[in-house]
Ligand binder design. Structure first.
Ligand SMILES: Nc1nc2c(c(=O)[nH]1)N[C@H]1C(S)=C(S)[C@@H](COP(=O)(O)O)O[C@H]1N2
Ligand SMILES: [Mo]
Length: 388
């Protein structure tokens, strides 16, 4: 016998796994919940990806102001809920790994194709849930671009999921109609957990996973969200992602010679020091910072409307803007502000937060804050605004 044949003879068989909890009726029910979580995560992920598009035509509308806060909160919550569901689902179908393939025939080809689509689905799902969780925890032990890779993998996962659902649709329908408990099940069985109990436990675990993390975005859950990252810490109760020190802007932000430069399309430059910004009409807006990582917090920001600043510099509305930070390095030092955001009455260059001068870590001397815009685009320590 060759090595492969010997190993195959020693490997367990599908029939060797005897737990009555591993029933297709259980897999089907958990699968439905899992599909709901994946569907929500996929759609909200598309919204997030669109919101960060570099083309000003794409991207989100400016209302509702809390839109991205809700969609991104849902994105992270549905991904989090999917983790225990996926683990339980995989446990219920684990013995299928040891099913012996059919003899070479058309059936074998179909079998192989189905197995490959499942391998892709499971691999992509693990990748998405793991990298998403690590991103929410701000841990990037990889070299690739998180956003591009997570996005590409989402298409792989959703494609494999649709194939999987299509292949299993008949079985799924049938199993969802099958009662969870076996009718002849001995009431006094030694098995401590019933199938219904397993499904409930999986859903409960998903609920607990969400409740213990969602406080990062739902203030009412803060006390129970023991795993919530960045909940309510930081000046004015708004967390800090990148500190002034980490961005290496402490000296330039505190420099008494600081002035914001507005560059007009003809190349002329207008400078505004902080006193000049404070002398312009001040507007207050209550707007959230909603980070892609799923945390969010609302603040009362006061400062100059971007459109008022442009008017003071002699520039009318309708133009896309490039916003640049004092920060010299890093992907978030510069962002594009499409015209619809620039012209919006709620888009501010904030000078203060909750009635106090902006903290250095929140972007002093001034930071961008716009409605329904991902946190990653709310540029801090603004140095230069270029009219495009
Ligand atoms: N210049 C600059 N602005 C930035 C960032 C940055 O790294 N550099 N981080 C962004 C991210 S990812 C978020 S979520 C918000 C957080 O703002 P806060 O630290 O004031 O809460 O700032 C954004 N603005
Ligand atoms: Mo962020």
């Amino acid at each position: 016998m060759n090595v492969v044949a010997r190993l195959a003879a020693r490997a367990p068989r599908e029939e060797d796994f005897t737990s009555p909890l591993r029933a297709p009726a259980v897999s089907a029910r958990i699968g439905v919940w899992l599909a709901v979580c994946f569907g929500v995560a996929f759609l909200t992920g598309l919204i997030s990806h669109l919101a960060q598009a570099t083309d000003p035509i794409l991207g989100l509308p400016t209302r509702p102001v809390w839109g991205y806060r809700v969609t991104q909160g849902l994105h992270v919550a549905s991904g989090t809920a999917a983790i225990p569901l996926l683990l339980v689902k995989l446990w219920t179908v684990f013995p299928r790994l040891f099913a012996r393939p059919p003899a070479p025939s058309r059936a074998l080809v179909l079998h192989a194709l189905e197995r490959i689509s499942i391998a892709v689905l499971v691999g992509a799902s693990f990748f998405l849930l793991a990298t998403g969780t690590m991103n929410a925890a701000q841990w990037y032990p990889w070299e690739f671009s998180f956003r591009a890779t997570h996005y590409a993998m989402a298409w792989v996962a959703i494609g494999a999921l649709l194939i999987h659902i299509a292949v299993k649709l008949a079985v799924l329908r049938e199993e969802l109609r099958t009662p969870l408990e076996e009718p002849d099940r001995d009431r006094g069985s030694a098995q401590p957990l019933t199938r219904r109990g397993l499904v409930r436990t999986a859903l409960l675990a998903a609920g607990v996973a969400v409740l213990t993390t969602a406080g990062s975005t739902v203030p009412a859950l803060r006390k129970v969200s023991v795993f919530g990252v960045r909940s309510g810490k930081g000046p004015a109760g708004i967390p800090i992602n990148k500190s002034a020190r980490a961005a290496d802007v402490v000296a330039t932000a505190l420099d008494p010679g600081y002035a914001l430069v507005v560059v007009l399309p003809d190349g002329t430059e207008r400078s505004f020091d902080r006193a000049a910004l404070l002398a312009l009409t001040q507007t207050t807006a209550s707007l959230p910072i909603a980070c892609v990582e799923g945390w969010s917090a609302s603040g009362s920001w006061t400062g100059v409307r971007v459109r008022d600043l442009l008017a003071a510099a002699g520039q009318g509305p309708g133009r896309d803007l490039r916003i640049e930070s004092l920060q010299q390095r890093g992907p978030f030092r510069s962002t594009l502000l499409p015209a619809r955001f620039a012209d919006d009455p709620l888009t501010l260059l904030a000078l203060s937060l909750d009635g106090e001068a902006l903290a250095l870590d929140h972007g002093y001397p001034c930071r961008l804050i716009a409605p329904n815009r991902p946190g990653v685009l709310q540029t801090k320590w603004v140095a230069r605004i270029e009219v495009l």
